[in-house]
Write a protein that binds this ligand. Structure first.
Ligand SMILES: NC(=O)c1ccc[n+]([C@@H]2O[C@H](COP(=O)([O-])OP(=O)(O)OC[C@H]3O[C@@H](n4cnc5c(N)ncnc54)[C@H](O)[C@@H]3O)[C@@H](O)[C@H]2O)c1
Ligand SMILES: O=C(O)C(=O)C[C@]1(C(=O)O)C=C[C@@H](O)C=C1
Length: 294
Protein backbone atom coordinates (compact mmCIF):
# COMPACT_ATOMS: atom_id res chain seq x y z
CA UNK A 1 0.00 0.00 0.00
CA UNK A 2 1.28 3.48 -0.85
CA UNK A 3 2.33 5.87 1.95
CA UNK A 4 2.16 8.85 -0.38
CA UNK A 5 0.74 11.99 1.25
CA UNK A 6 1.17 14.09 -1.89
CA UNK A 7 0.98 13.25 -5.60
CA UNK A 8 3.69 15.71 -6.69
CA UNK A 9 6.13 17.51 -4.39
CA UNK A 10 8.55 20.18 -5.67
CA UNK A 11 11.44 21.32 -3.47
CA UNK A 12 13.08 24.59 -4.55
CA UNK A 13 16.71 24.68 -3.35
CA UNK A 14 18.01 21.13 -3.03
CA UNK A 15 20.94 21.77 -0.67
CA UNK A 16 21.55 20.46 2.85
CA UNK A 17 17.97 20.90 4.10
CA UNK A 18 16.09 20.54 0.79
CA UNK A 19 17.92 17.34 -0.15
CA UNK A 20 17.58 15.92 3.38
CA UNK A 21 13.83 16.51 3.17
CA UNK A 22 13.83 15.00 -0.32
CA UNK A 23 15.76 11.94 0.84
CA UNK A 24 13.37 11.44 3.79
CA UNK A 25 10.30 11.86 1.53
CA UNK A 26 11.70 9.24 -0.86
CA UNK A 27 12.74 6.86 1.91
CA UNK A 28 9.23 6.92 3.40
CA UNK A 29 7.46 6.93 0.01
CA UNK A 30 5.57 10.13 0.84
CA UNK A 31 5.35 11.58 -2.70
CA UNK A 32 4.18 10.07 -5.98
CA UNK A 33 6.74 12.23 -7.79
CA UNK A 34 9.54 14.23 -6.17
CA UNK A 35 10.94 17.18 -8.13
CA UNK A 36 14.23 18.87 -7.24
CA UNK A 37 14.54 22.46 -8.46
CA UNK A 38 17.90 24.19 -8.09
CA UNK A 39 19.42 27.13 -9.93
CA UNK A 40 22.97 25.79 -9.55
CA UNK A 41 23.97 23.53 -12.47
CA UNK A 42 26.73 21.55 -10.64
CA UNK A 43 24.24 20.88 -7.81
CA UNK A 44 21.69 19.61 -10.32
CA UNK A 45 24.31 17.25 -11.79
CA UNK A 46 25.05 15.94 -8.28
CA UNK A 47 21.33 15.47 -7.49
CA UNK A 48 20.90 13.51 -10.73
CA UNK A 49 24.04 11.45 -10.14
CA UNK A 50 22.93 10.53 -6.62
CA UNK A 51 19.37 9.83 -7.92
CA UNK A 52 17.88 11.97 -5.16
CA UNK A 53 14.72 12.98 -7.07
CA UNK A 54 12.43 11.73 -9.85
CA UNK A 55 12.89 14.97 -11.81
CA UNK A 56 15.71 17.52 -11.59
CA UNK A 57 15.36 20.95 -13.16
CA UNK A 58 16.49 24.55 -13.01
CA UNK A 59 13.23 25.68 -14.56
CA UNK A 60 10.67 26.83 -11.98
CA UNK A 61 7.75 26.51 -14.41
CA UNK A 62 8.54 22.90 -15.29
CA UNK A 63 9.15 22.08 -11.63
CA UNK A 64 6.18 23.57 -9.79
CA UNK A 65 3.52 23.11 -12.48
CA UNK A 66 0.86 20.72 -11.16
CA UNK A 67 2.62 20.32 -7.76
CA UNK A 68 0.42 19.66 -4.70
CA UNK A 69 3.19 20.79 -2.37
CA UNK A 70 5.99 23.29 -3.09
CA UNK A 71 8.68 23.71 -0.41
CA UNK A 72 11.15 26.62 -0.48
CA UNK A 73 14.52 25.49 0.90
CA UNK A 74 16.65 28.41 -0.34
CA UNK A 75 18.25 31.27 1.65
CA UNK A 76 15.43 33.47 2.96
CA UNK A 77 16.54 36.53 0.94
CA UNK A 78 15.23 34.73 -2.18
CA UNK A 79 11.63 34.46 -0.94
CA UNK A 80 10.12 37.67 -2.36
CA UNK A 81 11.51 37.06 -5.85
CA UNK A 82 10.74 33.33 -5.82
CA UNK A 83 7.20 34.06 -4.58
CA UNK A 84 6.58 36.42 -7.49
CA UNK A 85 8.07 33.92 -9.95
CA UNK A 86 6.05 30.88 -8.83
CA UNK A 87 2.75 32.70 -8.09
CA UNK A 88 1.30 32.45 -11.64
CA UNK A 89 2.48 28.82 -11.97
CA UNK A 90 0.74 27.30 -8.93
CA UNK A 91 -2.42 25.27 -9.31
CA UNK A 92 -5.46 26.00 -7.11
CA UNK A 93 -5.26 24.22 -3.75
CA UNK A 94 -1.47 23.90 -3.90
CA UNK A 95 0.28 24.08 -0.50
CA UNK A 96 3.37 26.29 -0.31
CA UNK A 97 5.73 25.69 2.60
CA UNK A 98 9.33 26.47 3.49
CA UNK A 99 12.13 25.51 5.90
CA UNK A 100 13.59 28.97 6.55
CA UNK A 101 15.21 29.84 9.87
CA UNK A 102 13.25 33.09 10.32
CA UNK A 103 9.49 33.17 10.09
CA UNK A 104 8.02 36.69 10.23
CA UNK A 105 9.72 37.37 6.92
CA UNK A 106 7.68 34.56 5.29
CA UNK A 107 4.48 36.41 6.10
CA UNK A 108 6.01 39.73 4.96
CA UNK A 109 7.90 38.66 1.79
CA UNK A 110 6.34 35.44 0.54
CA UNK A 111 2.66 35.62 1.57
CA UNK A 112 1.80 38.86 -0.32
CA UNK A 113 3.24 37.46 -3.55
CA UNK A 114 1.06 34.32 -3.54
CA UNK A 115 -2.41 34.05 -5.11
CA UNK A 116 -5.43 33.48 -2.81
CA UNK A 117 -6.08 30.00 -4.24
CA UNK A 118 -2.96 28.49 -2.57
CA UNK A 119 -2.33 27.70 1.12
CA UNK A 120 0.84 28.96 2.83
CA UNK A 121 2.09 26.82 5.75
CA UNK A 122 5.56 28.02 6.80
CA UNK A 123 7.81 25.55 8.60
CA UNK A 124 11.20 25.37 10.30
CA UNK A 125 12.95 22.12 11.14
CA UNK A 126 15.21 22.66 14.17
CA UNK A 127 17.91 20.45 12.74
CA UNK A 128 20.93 21.04 10.57
CA UNK A 129 24.69 20.96 10.31
CA UNK A 130 27.42 23.41 9.29
CA UNK A 131 27.61 21.82 5.82
CA UNK A 132 25.92 22.88 2.56
CA UNK A 133 24.80 21.45 -0.76
CA UNK A 134 22.99 18.30 -1.93
CA UNK A 135 25.87 15.97 -1.03
CA UNK A 136 25.71 17.06 2.62
CA UNK A 137 22.09 15.98 3.18
CA UNK A 138 20.91 12.78 4.86
CA UNK A 139 17.48 11.19 5.33
CA UNK A 140 17.57 10.86 9.13
CA UNK A 141 18.38 14.56 9.77
CA UNK A 142 14.89 15.37 11.07
CA UNK A 143 14.30 12.26 13.18
CA UNK A 144 13.57 13.09 16.81
CA UNK A 145 13.91 16.83 16.10
CA UNK A 146 11.33 19.60 16.36
CA UNK A 147 9.66 21.10 13.35
CA UNK A 148 7.89 24.41 14.07
CA UNK A 149 4.96 25.44 11.84
CA UNK A 150 3.97 29.12 11.81
CA UNK A 151 0.77 29.44 9.73
CA UNK A 152 -1.01 32.81 9.83
CA UNK A 153 -4.35 32.84 11.66
CA UNK A 154 -7.13 31.67 9.35
CA UNK A 155 -4.93 29.31 7.31
CA UNK A 156 -6.81 26.31 5.94
CA UNK A 157 -6.59 23.63 8.69
CA UNK A 158 -6.48 20.74 6.19
CA UNK A 159 -3.34 22.28 4.63
CA UNK A 160 -1.71 22.70 8.05
CA UNK A 161 -2.60 19.09 8.90
CA UNK A 162 -1.07 17.86 5.62
CA UNK A 163 2.27 19.61 6.30
CA UNK A 164 2.17 18.41 9.91
CA UNK A 165 1.63 14.83 8.66
CA UNK A 166 4.63 15.09 6.33
CA UNK A 167 7.08 16.14 9.10
CA UNK A 168 5.57 13.64 11.50
CA UNK A 169 6.03 10.85 8.93
CA UNK A 170 9.76 11.60 8.66
CA UNK A 171 10.22 11.42 12.42
CA UNK A 172 9.87 15.02 13.62
CA UNK A 173 7.86 16.33 16.56
CA UNK A 174 5.67 19.09 15.18
CA UNK A 175 4.49 22.21 17.05
CA UNK A 176 2.63 25.30 15.94
CA UNK A 177 3.76 28.76 16.97
CA UNK A 178 3.14 32.38 16.15
CA UNK A 179 5.86 33.66 13.76
CA UNK A 180 6.89 36.57 15.99
CA UNK A 181 7.28 34.27 19.01
CA UNK A 182 9.29 31.81 16.89
CA UNK A 183 11.74 34.53 15.88
CA UNK A 184 12.28 35.62 19.52
CA UNK A 185 12.87 32.07 20.75
CA UNK A 186 15.24 31.19 17.89
CA UNK A 187 17.14 34.47 18.36
CA UNK A 188 18.45 33.15 21.68
CA UNK A 189 18.59 29.40 20.99
CA UNK A 190 20.10 29.46 17.50
CA UNK A 191 20.96 32.90 16.12
CA UNK A 192 22.94 34.27 19.09
CA UNK A 193 25.03 31.08 19.49
CA UNK A 194 26.05 31.43 15.84
CA UNK A 195 26.91 35.10 16.32
CA UNK A 196 29.04 34.22 19.34
CA UNK A 197 30.82 31.45 17.39
CA UNK A 198 31.53 33.74 14.43
CA UNK A 199 32.85 36.36 16.86
CA UNK A 200 35.14 34.15 18.95
CA UNK A 201 36.65 32.50 15.87
CA UNK A 202 37.07 35.94 14.27
CA UNK A 203 38.74 37.28 17.41
CA UNK A 204 41.19 34.36 17.43
CA UNK A 205 42.00 34.89 13.74
CA UNK A 206 42.85 38.55 14.45
CA UNK A 207 45.37 37.66 17.18
CA UNK A 208 49.09 38.11 16.65
CA UNK A 209 50.75 35.38 14.51
CA UNK A 210 52.53 33.56 17.40
CA UNK A 211 49.30 33.10 19.40
CA UNK A 212 47.21 32.35 16.30
CA UNK A 213 49.27 29.27 15.40
CA UNK A 214 48.86 27.97 18.96
CA UNK A 215 45.10 28.48 18.71
CA UNK A 216 44.90 26.05 15.79
CA UNK A 217 47.30 23.60 17.43
CA UNK A 218 45.53 23.43 20.81
CA UNK A 219 41.90 23.77 19.68
CA UNK A 220 40.91 20.32 20.92
CA UNK A 221 37.82 21.12 22.96
CA UNK A 222 35.78 24.30 23.56
CA UNK A 223 37.22 26.35 20.70
CA UNK A 224 36.90 23.43 18.29
CA UNK A 225 33.12 23.29 18.92
CA UNK A 226 32.89 26.99 18.08
CA UNK A 227 34.80 26.47 14.82
CA UNK A 228 32.22 23.88 13.73
CA UNK A 229 29.37 26.34 14.21
CA UNK A 230 31.39 29.18 12.64
CA UNK A 231 31.89 27.01 9.53
CA UNK A 232 28.16 27.44 8.75
CA UNK A 233 27.06 28.96 5.45
CA UNK A 234 27.76 32.74 5.33
CA UNK A 235 24.86 33.51 2.94
CA UNK A 236 22.32 31.73 5.11
CA UNK A 237 23.51 33.45 8.30
CA UNK A 238 23.80 36.91 6.74
CA UNK A 239 20.15 36.53 5.70
CA UNK A 240 19.07 35.33 9.16
CA UNK A 241 20.65 38.28 10.98
CA UNK A 242 19.33 40.84 8.49
CA UNK A 243 15.83 39.39 8.75
CA UNK A 244 15.55 38.87 12.51
CA UNK A 245 17.16 42.16 13.43
CA UNK A 246 14.92 43.31 16.30
CA UNK A 247 14.88 40.02 18.21
CA UNK A 248 18.62 39.43 17.74
CA UNK A 249 19.50 42.97 18.85
CA UNK A 250 17.31 42.61 21.95
CA UNK A 251 18.95 39.30 22.94
CA UNK A 252 22.40 40.68 22.12
CA UNK A 253 21.77 43.64 24.46
CA UNK A 254 20.92 41.26 27.30
CA UNK A 255 23.92 39.06 26.57
CA UNK A 256 26.21 42.10 26.56
CA UNK A 257 24.89 43.17 29.99
CA UNK A 258 25.47 39.66 31.35
CA UNK A 259 28.99 39.60 29.88
CA UNK A 260 29.78 42.92 31.56
CA UNK A 261 28.53 41.50 34.88
CA UNK A 262 30.89 38.52 34.51
CA UNK A 263 33.75 40.81 33.48
CA UNK A 264 33.17 42.90 36.61
CA UNK A 265 33.03 39.82 38.84
CA UNK A 266 36.35 38.54 37.44
CA UNK A 267 37.97 41.96 37.87
CA UNK A 268 36.86 42.29 41.51
CA UNK A 269 37.41 38.67 42.44
CA UNK A 270 33.71 37.99 43.16
CA UNK A 271 34.00 34.18 43.24
CA UNK A 272 30.54 33.59 44.70
CA UNK A 273 28.93 35.44 41.80
CA UNK A 274 30.87 33.42 39.21
CA UNK A 275 30.12 30.14 41.04
CA UNK A 276 26.39 30.90 41.19
CA UNK A 277 26.23 31.80 37.45
CA UNK A 278 28.17 28.68 36.38
CA UNK A 279 26.09 26.39 38.65
CA UNK A 280 22.87 27.75 37.13
CA UNK A 281 24.19 27.19 33.59
CA UNK A 282 25.29 23.64 34.40
CA UNK A 283 21.72 22.79 35.50
CA UNK A 284 20.38 24.07 32.17
CA UNK A 285 22.62 21.59 30.32
CA UNK A 286 21.03 18.76 32.32
CA UNK A 287 17.50 19.89 31.47
CA UNK A 288 18.40 20.20 27.76
CA UNK A 289 19.66 16.59 27.73
CA UNK A 290 16.63 15.34 29.72
CA UNK A 291 14.20 17.19 27.41
CA UNK A 292 15.81 15.44 24.43
CA UNK A 293 15.50 12.02 26.06
CA UNK A 294 11.90 12.52 27.24
N1 LIG B 1 21.70 24.66 7.46
C1 LIG B 1 20.95 24.50 8.52
O1 LIG B 1 21.42 24.05 9.57
C2 LIG B 1 19.48 24.87 8.45
C3 LIG B 1 18.59 24.35 9.40
C4 LIG B 1 17.24 24.67 9.31
C5 LIG B 1 16.77 25.53 8.31
N2 LIG B 1 17.68 26.04 7.40
C6 LIG B 1 17.15 26.92 6.34
O2 LIG B 1 17.13 26.14 5.15
C7 LIG B 1 17.34 26.96 4.00
C8 LIG B 1 18.41 26.33 3.13
O3 LIG B 1 19.59 26.16 3.87
P1 LIG B 1 20.65 25.04 3.49
O4 LIG B 1 21.55 24.91 4.68
O5 LIG B 1 19.97 23.83 2.95
O6 LIG B 1 21.44 25.78 2.32
P2 LIG B 1 22.31 25.14 1.10
O7 LIG B 1 23.23 26.21 0.67
O8 LIG B 1 22.86 23.81 1.47
O9 LIG B 1 21.18 24.92 -0.01
C9 LIG B 1 20.51 25.97 -0.65
C10 LIG B 1 20.25 25.54 -2.09
O10 LIG B 1 19.38 26.51 -2.69
C11 LIG B 1 19.83 26.76 -4.01
N3 LIG B 1 19.32 28.08 -4.39
C12 LIG B 1 19.68 29.29 -3.90
N4 LIG B 1 18.94 30.27 -4.45
C13 LIG B 1 18.08 29.66 -5.31
C14 LIG B 1 17.07 30.14 -6.17
N5 LIG B 1 16.77 31.44 -6.25
N6 LIG B 1 16.38 29.23 -6.91
C15 LIG B 1 16.67 27.91 -6.84
N7 LIG B 1 17.63 27.40 -6.05
C16 LIG B 1 18.32 28.28 -5.29
C17 LIG B 1 21.34 26.66 -3.94
O11 LIG B 1 21.91 26.40 -5.20
C18 LIG B 1 21.52 25.51 -2.95
O12 LIG B 1 21.60 24.26 -3.60
C19 LIG B 1 17.68 28.35 4.52
O13 LIG B 1 16.55 29.19 4.41
C20 LIG B 1 18.00 28.13 5.99
O14 LIG B 1 17.66 29.25 6.79
C21 LIG B 1 19.00 25.71 7.43
O1 LIG C 1 23.47 21.90 14.32
C1 LIG C 1 23.79 22.88 13.66
O2 LIG C 1 24.83 22.95 13.04
C2 LIG C 1 22.86 24.00 13.56
O3 LIG C 1 23.32 25.09 13.57
C3 LIG C 1 21.42 23.77 13.37
C4 LIG C 1 20.50 24.95 13.63
C5 LIG C 1 20.63 25.39 15.09
O4 LIG C 1 21.04 26.49 15.38
O5 LIG C 1 20.26 24.56 15.94
C6 LIG C 1 20.84 26.08 12.72
C7 LIG C 1 19.90 26.80 12.09
C8 LIG C 1 18.55 26.38 11.98
O6 LIG C 1 17.64 27.22 11.53
C9 LIG C 1 18.19 25.24 12.75
C10 LIG C 1 19.12 24.50 13.37
Amino acid sequence: MSNALFRRVAIIGFGLIGSSLGRAIKQHGLAGTLVAIDRDAPSRDEIALLKLADEVTGDLAAGVADADLVVLATPVSTYAELGRAIAPLLKPGCIVSDVGSVKQLVLEDLAPALPPHVHLVPGHPIAGTERSGPGAGFASLFEGRWCILTPAPGTDRAAVAAVNALWHAIGSDVVEMDAEHHDKVLAITSHLPHLIAYTIVGTAVDLEEDIKSEVVKFSASGFRDFTRIAASDPTMWRDIFLNNREAVLEMLQRLTEDLFALQRAIRWGEGDFLFERFTRARAIRRSVIEAKQA
